[in-house]
Design a protein around this ligand. Structure first.
Ligand SMILES: Cc1cc2nc3c(=O)[nH]c(=O)nc-3n(C[C@H](O)[C@H](O)[C@H](O)COP(=O)(O)OP(=O)(O)OC[C@H]3O[C@@H](n4cnc5c(N)ncnc54)[C@H](O)[C@@H]3O)c2cc1C
Length: 402
């Protein structure tokens, strides 16, 4: 495992951007539960959207580590902004850049450079951790695919233009081909957000249910990874390892921001005639938080810079899973303890700790739960394949076994 050096000038630029444009807006975004279009515009102007895309598509060829460095700085200030940067550089857009056709790349890159945060549509009401149990169908009809089904908890469902939809594909004879990735755009007939979730945190980012009713997708908008349908889902979903590193980094960044606030607070707040930071019990809490934060950051950076087996373009699944488990769980503890150091004020809305505590709770759930990721890590350690699901073994995602 290698822990590479970071691009310090990029970090400083992201920090300045977050201080000037993001931090002053964070509380209002949360309270209004509104997607921050003003910040999206500034992120795009500053080159933080699509920076991971190759230069030929208007990006900067930035590495996943570079993106992680930017994401941490944004997350210290505002979780919603950090998630926009994750999805503007990792996840669906990196899948399209890795496996899409020239036309698909041209379409998606233009939208992302203008600020679009692509949506990745996998989860269904009856297919969560067991994603291969999905029932959304894509049926071939001539040169089109007709998609029917329901996805839920789709991040940015109502605001994203690019949608990467995973559906079980059937040929014209009704044969099950396996799971494919289809590209559609917001506003297309048959693609509708039918519900917005009310969430405890991350309030400026809509989480939505998407219903597909005879959604027509042209055959050229089917992503065709080299493995075809048989291996395609495993290859496409492999891009999720970048998203996983991104999600872990958002959690770690929230924790870093919370700890910064806590350190300032204990130096200024006096009780019993002295700053509370002079009490050794609190110093040890700060030391433990700092230690967990450093460990999280190192694991995430190592995962961001790693590559999976067999020439994968994406972070190693095992390292990405370990980093996300560790960082997301540590972040919940760090934010909780930072809040504790504020006493009653930590529980109120005068300070950002309560918002951070609500936001950080998500990261052991979305993007692969901590339990399912442990299964993946254990299967790698034991040399076993993932447990059986309802589908045929040939259709299982196989990252863990590769
Ligand atoms: C804020 C947020 C944003 C999200 N964004 C997206 C998105 O953009 N796109 C998308 O497709 N999905 C998204 N999701 C959905 C997310 O990926 C799923 O919530 C996740 O995969 C878990 O599925 P589930 O919620 O159905 O839980 P379930 O799969 O029902 O799991 C319930 C519990 O059982 C445990 N469990 C399940 N299987 C096992 C097992 N084999 N071993 C041990 N424990 C197990 C889980 O860890 C969990 O604790 C988002 C979720 C959240 C909360």
């Amino acid at each position: 495992m290698t822990i590479p050096a970071i691009n310090e000038s990029l970090r400083a630029r992201a920090e300045a951007f977050a201080r000037e444009h993001v931090a002053p807006r964070a509380a209002a975004i949360d309270a209004a539960r509104e997607y921050p279009w003003d910040i999206v515009e500034k992120l795009a102007q500053a080159g933080f959207m699509g920076m991971s895309m190759p230069a030929e598509w208007g990006g900067q060829g930035a590495s996943f580590l570079d993106v992680a460095v930017v994401v941490e700085e944004m997350a210290k200030a505002c979780t919603v902004t950090a998630r926009i940067v994750v999805e503007g550089n990792m996840g669906a857009i990196s899948t399209i850049m890795a496996y899409g056709s020239e036309a698909q790349k041209a379409w998606a890159s233009k939208l992302v450079l203008a600020g679009d945060k692509p949506a990745i549509c996998i989860t269904e009401p009856d297919a969560g951790s067991d994603a291969t149990g999905m029932t959304t169908r894509a049926e071939k009809r001539g040169d089109r695919w007709i998609i029917n089904g329901v996805k839920h908890w789709i991040t940015g469902a109502s605001v994203s233009r690019v949608h990467l939809i995973f559906a079980r594909a059937f040929d014209e004879q009704g044969r099950d081909l396996g799971i494919g990735g289809f590209l559609a755009e917001r506003g297309q007939k048959g693609l509708e957000m039918t519900r917005r979730e009310t969430t405890m945190g991350l309030c400026g980012m809509p989480e939505g249910e998407l219903t597909f009713t005879d959604l027509e997708v042209a055959d050229e908008m089917l992503i065709r990874p080299p493995g075809g349908f048989a291996r395609g889902f495993a290859q496409l979903i492999n891009a999720y390892n970048s998203q996983r590193v991104g999600a872990g980094t958002v959690a770690m960044g929230i924790a870093a921001g919370a700890l910064d606030h806590a350190i300032e607070w204990v130096k200024g707040r006096e009780q019993f005639g002295r700053p509370i930071g002079e009490f050794q019990g609190l110093q040890w809490m700060i030391a433990d938080m700092r230690t967990q934060l450093t460990a999280s950051r190192l694991m995430l950076h190592a995962a961001a810079a790693s590559r999976g087996p067999n020439g994968s373009l994406f972070p190693d699944p095992d390292l990405a899973a370990q980093a996300k488990i560790f960082a997301s769980e540590a972040a919940i503890r760090i934010v909780n303890d930072s809040l504790q150091l504020f006493g009653a004020r930590g529980y109120g809305r005068e300070f950002p700790l309560e918002r951070m505590a609500r936001d950080v709770r998500m990261f052991t759930i979305g993007g692969g739960t901590a339990q399912v990721l442990r299964t993946l890590v254990a299967s790698k350690a034991l040399g076993w394949k993932l447990p059986q699901t309802r589908v045929q073994p040939a259709q299982l995602p196989r990252q863990a076994a590769e």
